[in-house]
Design a protein around this ligand. Structure first.
Ligand SMILES: Cc1cc2nc3c(=O)[nH]c(=O)nc-3n(C[C@H](O)[C@H](O)[C@H](O)COP(=O)(O)O)c2cc1C
Length: 233
């Protein structure tokens, strides 16, 4: 995207510079390529009398606008980049989690901070794993969300044992648990309220939305050079 943006800006800049410095040549070329259009639209005569000073003024204006758009775009891209935490920033965030008194909320905070975790299920004798992002704390339980039409849902219905793994850039977590389906509207609504973007696809009272909570869970936090920390909930 940034390359395309830069190429477009460069192209426009060259075009306007050419228009500004080689106005006569530009007019000839424009007439050669677009004479059919001017003839069709009946402004042939008007084109021929087009004043070079107007071309120069509009070109100058174009050059200024291209520069403004270019620098505004660059600033925006820099802003987006700085929203992605660097390795150092991630380490800093990780250290703010107090592992000494780690509990179920610590596990929730960690998964929420990672944004993406990987959920493994079992299908016959084959492990299946995929990225997940939904995580909710409701009535002192950690919930995940999916759609009943998905294979992941069918696998959990057949075998509710799951494993979750997430990495925040310096520490990682592994959670083994059993999932329990919760068909209550309020549990689904709570999840959807925390993930408004899901409302495009899911509704609390549709036949597809499914939320499940983790039961008999053992979560282990790992960090290089540190003793693993186990939390049961
Ligand atoms: C970053 C990310 C987060 C996702 N979060 C979820 C989620 O919370 N729930 C869900 O059902 N699907 C989620 N998905 C989509 C699933 O990974 C995808 O539907 C997957 O194919 C489901 O597994 P299955 O094919 O075994 O059914 C997410 C995908 C990505 C890339």
């Amino acid at each position: 995207m940034s390359i395309l943006f830069k190429i477009i800006c460069l192209f426009l800049l060259i075009l306007f510079l050419f228009r500004f410095f080689f106005t006569e040549k530009y007019l000839q070329l424009e007439y050669r390529f677009f004479s059919w259009y001017y003839k069709l639209s009946g402004i042939d005569a008007q084109f021929k009398t087009k004043s070079p000073s107007i071309i120069k003024t509009t070109s100058l204006f174009g050059i200024i606008v291209v520069f403004l758009i270019y620098f505004a775009g660059l600033k925006d891209m820099e802003k987006n980049k700085s929203n992605v935490p660097t390795q150092g920033q991630k380490t800093e965030i990780a250290e703010t989690i107090n592992m000494e008194n780690a509990n179920m909320e610590t596990v929730y905070d960690f998964l929420k901070k990672c944004e993406t975790y990987y959920l493994a299920t079992v299908e016959n004798d084959q492990p299946r794993v995929r990225p997940f992002g939904t995580i909710d704390l409701f009535e002192d339980k950690i919930y995940i969300q999916t759609g009943k039409v998905k294979n992941v849902s069918k696998q959990m219905a057949k075998n509710p044992k799951v494993e979750i793994c997430a990495f925040d850039g310096s520490s990682w977590i592994r959670i083994e648990a059993t999932v329990v389906n919760d068909d209550r509207i309020e549990a689904k609504q709570h999840m959807l309220d925390n993930y408004p973007s899901l409302r495009q696809m899911y509704k609390a009272d549709d036949d597809n939305t499914q939320v499940l909570y983790l039961k008999d869970a053992t979560a282990t936090f790992y960090s290089f050079g540190k003793e693993p920390k186990v939390v049961k909930f």
